[in-house]
Design a protein around this ligand. Structure first.
Ligand SMILES: [Zn+2]
Length: 65
């Protein structure tokens, strides 16, 4: 049973982060990284990249994630 303070629980909760983000921007323990799907371009095949929502940047967990 996931707890609300379990980081994994956020994956199931409605949050403002894009599907490629491990956590919302500004979350302690996370950092920005180049989107692995569009390589930072923000677009794939002329369409906005859904993984980073067109920003080219995703928030990834750091410190061994
Ligand atoms: Zn992207």
């Amino acid at each position: 049973m996931p707890r609300a303070d379990d980081p994994a629980f956020r994956l199931f909760a409605a949050d403002p982060a894009g599907p490629g983000d491990d956590a919302p921007p500004g979350t302690p323990g996370t950092g920005e990284d180049v989107c692995p799907d569009c390589q930072g371009h923000g677009r794939i095949g002329g369409r906005e990249c859904a993984t980073c929502r067109g920003t080219g940047i995703v928030n990834k967990g750091v410190g061994g994630a």
